[in-house]
Design a protein. Structure first.
Length: 243
């Protein structure tokens, strides 16, 4: 696992964008695995700038997202389809019919069948990842058992608590989500995680401790053949990764 220490969030966004840009330029018809949340927003802004100013071409790129809340229409301003449109797709030259975010409404089993069919027939060139404070990837919550394929997760209270800032109240946060499984994530040809801010526990378990722990799904990144973690310097110092 390669670790890149960035001086701050903006620098982390640029370094992560460098990696994605290389993938897009080397394979302009590939599939990108994308993530939502605060971690990749700066990277998406940088990719938008490079598309507009430097000719970074997404016209033949496909994408698939990690997860989606159960119960939110795609037009809801906290759905992950809305997030991706607002933070990336509306601002680059991508064909939205080539972008896939799992459905959050309708029959969950049917939605999961469709999600798994897409994943079974897709080779993800690079999977972008954020990480929860407890180490969850996508919505794969910590526990004794992790799932291989896309499935429905009941969200932990800590996840709901972390996400309530995006909603009018904690009670408005969905309690379930559909998510790629850990196997789907690990089968991507390359992984890219951006980590900073208040992720001390997850960062410590990933970068300092020497254990692959299903109670911290992020630690499975250490098993991947080509994984990169971009971490903010302040967090790297706080956990003792650098002095």
């Amino acid at each position: 696992m390669k670790v890149i220490v960035a001086k701050d969030y903006d620098d982390a966004a640029r370094k992560a964008a460098d990696i994605v840009e290389t993938v897009v330029r080397e394979n302009p018809t590939c599939t990108l695995g994308l993530a939502t949340g605060s971690s990749p927003v700066g990277m998406y802004k940088e990719l938008i700038r490079r598309c507009s100013e430097n000719g970074l071409d997404f016209s033949r790129i496909h994408t698939v997202n990690l997860d989606e809340y159960v119960g939110l229409e795609p037009t809801h301003d906290q759905s992950y389809r809305y997030f991706m449109n607002n933070n990336l797709f509306n601002h680059i030259n991508i064909d939205k019919t080539n972008t896939y975010v799992a459905k959050g409404i309708g029959d969950v089993e049917e939605n999961l069948k469709e999600f798994n069919d897409v994943l079974d027939n897709t080779e993800i060139e690079i999977q972008v990842l954020g990480v929860g404070p407890d180490g969850h990837l996508g919505f794969n919550e910590p526990g004794d058992t992790l799932y291989d394929r896309a499935h429905e997760e009941t969200l932990e209270d800590s996840t709901i608590e972390a996400n309530k800032r995006f909603f009018a109240s904690k009670e408005d946060v969905p309690t379930k989500a559909v998510t790629m499984g850990m196997g789907n994530i690990m089968r991507a040809k390359e992984l890219l995680m951006i980590i900073g801010g208040n992720k001390k526990e997850a960062a410590t378990k990933l970068l300092v401790e020497d254990k692959i722990d299903p109670h911290c799904p992020a630690t499975f990144m250490r098993l991947h053949r080509k994984a990169t973690v971009v971490i903010e310097e302040a967090l790297a110092r706080e956990i003792g990764y650098i002095r």
